[in-house]
Design a protein around this ligand. Sequence first.
Ligand code: HAM
Length: 405
Amino acid sequence: MKKLQAPRGTQDVLPPDGRRRLEILRIADDVLGHAGYEPAETPVFEDTEVFARGVGESTDIVQKEMFTFEDKAGRSLTLRPEATAGICRAYIEHGMHKLPQPVKVWYAGPFFRHEAPQAGRFRQFTQIDAEALGSDDPSLDAELILLFDEILERVGVGPRRLRLSSLGTRETRADYLEELKGFLRAREGELSEEVRARIDQNPLRAFDADHPGTQAVMKEAPLLIDRIAGDDAEHFSEVRALLDSAGLEYEIDPTLVRGLDYYTRTVFEVESERLGAQAALGGGGRYDGLIEELGGQPTPGVGWAAGVERMLLAVGEAEGEHEIDVFVAGTGRDAFLLVTRLRSSGFRAQMEQAGRSLKGQLKQADRLGARWTVILGDEIEVKDMNTGDQQRAGSVDDVLGMVGR
Ligand code: HAM
């Protein structure tokens, strides 16, 4: 018989990872909730056009990485590779421009990209995503970046780098790309063959080249950030001033390229210093043209998404901690009633449920990290698992008093 396995690039979440994930979501809810971001959800699959138009036809995501299928009526659907396009589709569909602006939402769930799996890169992964729609106020850009950093700090991902840049408007970017192509063509002879072949399709790649000749040329290349002018420049300097006033450290990286087409103005990415090739814990930016692109009124927006699996990798293995308060070494109705009473009094309690000997039960209590073990025999004994002290309890009521926190 064929051995059944989880599909390539997917993973099963098993204990204790399930709890660690839940803990990250609780932190996100707490941090984002304090700033008025409300939980929201959109479908796991959407009309393919949402992503084709939203994320952009020319991106790797749309060209190569989407799980696209037809439903029985022949409609083209796609498992969501990201969250922003779907939330913008929902904003338009539900007339959310009529609500007080900005509309602030956050959510978490599975996302799908058909990439080559490797450490930190999966075909199904989990993102936490936060978005503020309907205002271009720079305080939203800064607020979202700070909230993201606070979540990462509380999750305990350790040292990280925040890279920040501004892309200006689509027009600024288009003009800049023409300028860059002109510059690269003029220096063609010094470039690697690979970069030369892609001047027209993707001139920005030249900034990432390993080839020494190309690198030397790129040191003199024009930078988009130097072409940002007027309101865009003012917006960016306000975002920076707000981050500075909050004391958050960042690097301006004029070559920061994000893999999605919808960005305008602010873009950012956070990398973990603990992770290897797939080090981006998350990223995002402003997308002031996206809602219009999807058929709505011109509406600004800004947001980010973080990869939950990458956060867990950066945190590393958690320290062992008390999983339960009380283990009841005993079986039958007395034990059952005792755990039930303990639970309804707010204790995390478990009883013996696999037919172990007393010795085996004490070992199990240890494994579960129990703070107390109650041994039900002819007498009731309460063992303090920290000190090893054991005391007799007169009654079940006594037990409840003795295991008080
Ligand atoms: P993104 O940079 O494509 O942005 O993804 C955000 C994060 O999701 C990445 O930094 C990474 O942590 C995680 N991630 C992405 N792909 C994978 C994968 N194959 N395996 C594991 N983790 C992955 C976006 O998705 C934008 N929608 C962010 C955004 C929201 N921009 C504005 N609003």
